[in-house]
Design a protein around this ligand. Structure first.
Ligand SMILES: C[S@@+](CC[C@H](N)C(=O)[O-])C[C@H]1O[C@@H](n2cnc3c(N)ncnc32)[C@H](O)[C@@H]1O
Length: 300
């Protein structure tokens, strides 16, 4: 609670103060401050880690998040840290925890790390570093990948979920994002017999899409358009025997297609049609409205 009342620079000095000088000497983007274990537990919980996951930690410190994911959930994990001392600790800690067959650690700058294999990612960096990293995260992580950050946000990209953990009277925020597919642009499909021609235009800011639709050139309201990872869902209403009936569209976005179903009830019967929408690739737009923005707090 106190945390919220303090200006950002006082907060950073309090949290990272003792490690700040060491960080400057080692040319780190973020000083080494390990995440407390109750917060580690919450980060892994909110990300719903399970044994199928490959968990990456960028700036992995002593490896506690990756090792925790392997030990507690049987996941596999990869950690990157630019500081060789940390990587040495990671390897020793993995051996002590008996998980060396499930985890790997690399001495590498997080900005050049290859993490496209991740199904979940943890970070404890700084907002300025998160913002610099954000375009790479959105570009390289697959839709549906869970990203969890300790204490620091992603600017305009608001978290999908968050929680708070109190440790020794200090509150720690935990933020979760699900990497969204990019569904921006002009989509079209046909449905029914005789075929109705549908044209949908989507604009998207991070995980939040907004859309307009024309069915046979008539404007048709899109209700409750949502995107979670690569899963798209919305409802439209269509006339049937002097009534409006809801049609539920659910599909999975992959590249220039969305494939799924259109479900509705009419005349006492349930219908489930195949739905296949295609996008004009030239109409896809970046979803990171703030790309390139940097914060005023930079360590090096
Ligand atoms: C705040 S600590 C977090 C450690 C660990 N993730 C945790 O939560 O316990 C940040 C870590 O990032 C590492 N680091 C700083 N700049 C880095 C960079 N450019 N590339 C990779 N690691 C970096 C530091 O050495 C430090 O271990």
């Amino acid at each position: 609670m106190i945390k919220r009342l303090l200006p950002a620079f006082v907060l950073l000095a309090l949290m990272f103060g003792p490690a700040y000088e060491a960080a400057q000497q080692k040319q780190l983007d973020v000083p080494y401050v390990p995440t407390k274990f109750p917060v580690v537990d919450e980060m892994l919980r909110i990300a719903k880690i399970d044994k199928a996951d490959i968990v990456y930690d960028l700036g992995c410190g002593d490896g506690r998040l990756v090792i925790g994911a392997a030990q507690k959930y049987g996941a596999r994990g990869v950690g990157f840290d630019i500081d060789p001392e940390r990587i040495q600790e990671c390897k020793e800690n993995a051996a002590k925890a008996g998980v060396t067959n499930r985890v790997q650690f690399f001495e590498q700058d997080l900005f050049t790390a290859d993490f496209h294999e991740a199904t979940a990612m943890t970070i404890y960096l700084l907002t300025s570093v998160n913002l610099k990293l954000r375009p790479k995260l959105l570009r390289e992580l697959r839709p549906g990948t869970r990203l969890v950050s300790h204490n620091f946000g992603m600017g305009e990209w608001k978290a999908d979920e968050s929680s708070e953990v109190m440790v020794d009277d200090i509150s720690h925020e935990v933020y979760l994002w699900v990497i969204p597919a990019n569904i921006s642009g002009a989509w079209s499909w046909t449905m029914g017999r005789p075929a109705n021609k549908c044209e949908m235009n989507v604009t998207q800011a991070f995980q939040v899409p907004a859309g307009t639709l024309k069915v046979d050139n008539a404007a048709t309201e899109i209700k409750d358009l949502t995107l979670k990872g690569d899963k798209v869902r919305f409802v439209i209403e269509r006339p049937f025997e002097a009534k409006l009936i809801p049609m539920v569209f659910e599909g999975k976005a992959a590249g220039q297609t969305i494939i799924g179903t259109i479900k509705f009830q009419a005349g006492g019967k349930e219908f489930s049609w195949e739905w296949k929408a295609g996008r004009n690739p030239a109409t896809e737009k970046p979803i990171d409205a703030e790309a390139g923005r940097t914060s005023s707090f930079v360590l090096k």
